[in-house]
Structure formats: C-alpha cells, structure tokens
Design a protein. Structure first.
Length: 331
C-alpha cells in the first residue's frame, strides 16, 4: 500500500479508501491510484481486511449429497447470488450422513473464515449430531422440517405434491399411486403425506406405497410392480428421476403413457421435456431458494442479529404430455 501511495503521489489512507470502494475520493485521484495499483500488481490483503473489519466475506455451504438435482441447482444459485454480493462460497461436504460425519463438517467450519453458513441437509441429522456452531456464525437451513428455532428456506413440498395429486384426480382418475422417496428424507415424507391426505380428503382409496431412493433405477423397479396392477391408471413419483424409471418400466410392459397410465413427477429437471412422453411435473424454483438463502444470511451478517422462521418458495404444476384422462374402461 505504501508503494502504491508513493507512485500515485497520495497518502496510504487514500489508497485504502480507493481499494475498499469508499466515496469521497476525487475521480482523477481514484484513477491515479488505480493506475498505480495496476502497474505494481497490488491486490488488497483479504486476511488483513478481515482482521480489521471482522468480516471474511465468505459463506460456507454444508451439504451431504451432491448427486441430487435439488442440491446441485440450489448450490449453484447460492454461489451465484453470493458472488453478486461480493462474497465467496466455501463448500463443506459431509461424506457420510452420520452424527460423526456431521460433527466433522462443523468442526472444519470452525477452522475456516466464514461469516455465515447455509446448510443443505435434513434437519434431523443436525439434531441427532447435537452440533455446535461457531460463535456469531449466521445460519440458514434448507429444510422446512427444521422448525421455528432456525432460519429456514425451502420449496413448498406439501403444496406441490397436493397439486400433482389434484391434477390427476381432476382428470378423472379414481385414485393415484405413489412412488415415494427414502423414508428418512424430510422431502419424501412431506410429499408422501400430502399425497395421502389429498386422497383421504377426497374420500379416495389409498393404494399401497412403493418406495424408491430418488434414482431412476429405483423408479424402474417400482414401475415394474405398477405395470402388473390393472387398477393403476395414475402415478405420482416423488421426483423426476424416479418418474423416468416408471416410464421405462411401463413402456416395456406395454402400458401406454398417458393412454393407459398417467405419470407426474416432481422437480421439473431440464431433461423433463425430453422424456417420452414429455413429463408433467411440479416445478421447484431452486434459483429462488438459493437467492433467498443468501439474502437471509446477509441480513443476519449486516444486522449481527439471528433470524428464525420459515420461508416457503411456491411450486407450480407444469402440464405436459404424460397425463390424460383414464382409459374409458377404467372410468
């Protein structure tokens, strides 16, 4: 900084004001300082800045699974939103969803220089691990089962699932079968509950549940079972990947979609329009979830006050060619 000041013919304080973007510096002086910085290859020392300001301008992201569509797209939105605000993003993956694994991620967090953290993880893992966050770390959890004691952002799992089942019933199907996600997943639990409650509210029979693991292979196995059920004319899969497996299994069994069986997914992944047929699904706005996570973390950082409560980002039904009224014989 002293070298820049000498070359530009200004004080070190002026160099500091320019490098930190403070107002009150005449434009010719600012340009003179910037030219000196460029000539000398000067870069502000982020560690020294952090020691002085108490801010690291970094947001940590803790997550377990990087293979799911929701986590990847939400992470992308978080990093993009943080970058627009001048914040870097540090990823802290949890290799195994155990108490020790979660505690290990938070131990690493305490060793890093972050101002806030977004947690993309089922809240029951946090509770079971009895983790302690570093002091003054501001937190947002992406899981609407996390309760009122934390700041939560999530998509409307219940509303989206209800819309999927409602759509199929309105087409004239007598009931809707469900391929659920893993039993220990909050999202899967909420989608399953909404499916069941919608059928019960409409006084419809609740078929036996089939369960997958979010993968297309597990959806395929469930679809093979559904293909043997002559009464099955409508299926709600808890995500688009499992819906893809269901479509393949029905096709191999000679069950036409949507002529014999209608299928609805959940997520609205980019490839959903290329399924055969294009998939009716529930759109999740992962970009909005990521943006709201960053907004909440930054509000906490700037006010130095924690936030609590849940923000739900609306979902919407996207109707494509995989759904239709049931075949006449089934009505």
């Amino acid at each position: 900084m002293a070298d820049v000041a000498r070359l530009a013919g200004v004080s070190s304080q002026t160099v500091s004001r320019v490098s930190n973007g403070y107002p009150g510096v005449l434009e010719p002086t600012r340009q003179q300082v910037l030219a000196a910085m460029e000539e000398l290859g000067y870069r502000p020392n982020s560690a020294a800045r952090a020691l002085k300001s108490g801010e690291f301008r970094t947001i940590g992201v803790i997550l377990f699974n990087l293979s799911t569509t929701g986590n990847v797209r939400t992470l992308d939105a978080i990093s993009s939103s943080a970058a627009r605000e001048g914040y870097a993003t540090v990823l802290l993956p949890v290799e195994v969803p155990t108490q020790d694994g979660v505690r290990g991620a938070f131990s690493r967090l305490s060793e890093l220089a972050v101002d806030g953290v977004v947690i993309l993880m089922e809240s029951h893992l946090l509770d079971a691990a009895t983790v302690l966050l570093p002091p003054r770390t501001h937190v947002v959890v992406v899981d609407s089962g996390a309760g009122g004691s934390r700041c939560v952002v999530d998509t409307d799992q219940v509303g989206g699932s209800g819309a999927a089942v409602h759509h199929l019933l309105e087409l004239g199907h007598d009931t809707v079968w469900h391929v659920a996600g893993p039993a220990d997943s909050f999202s899967a639990q909420r989608r399953e509950r909404a499916w069941r409650e919608m059928l019960e509210a409409r006084a419809r029979a609740v078929p036996r549940l089939l369960r997958g693991d979010w993968s297309a292979d597990s959806g395929y196995e469930a679809g093979r079972e559904l293909a043997l059920e002559p009464r099955c004319t409508a299926v709600f899969a808890a995500n688009d990947q499992m819906a893809l497996g269901v479509l393949r299994a029905l096709s191999e069994a000679g069950r036409r979609v949507p002529g014999d069986v209608s299928v609805v997914g959940f997520d609205d992944i980019p490839d959903a329009t290329s399924f055969i047929p294009p998939l009716t699904t529930i759109h999740q706005d992962f970009a909005e979830v990521g943006r709201r996570c960053v907004d909440s973390v930054l509000r906490q950082i700037r006010s130095d006050e924690p936030e609590t409560g849940t923000t739900l980002v609306p979902t919407r039904l996207v109707t494509r060619a995989s759904t239709a009224p049931p075949p006449a014989a089934a009505v």
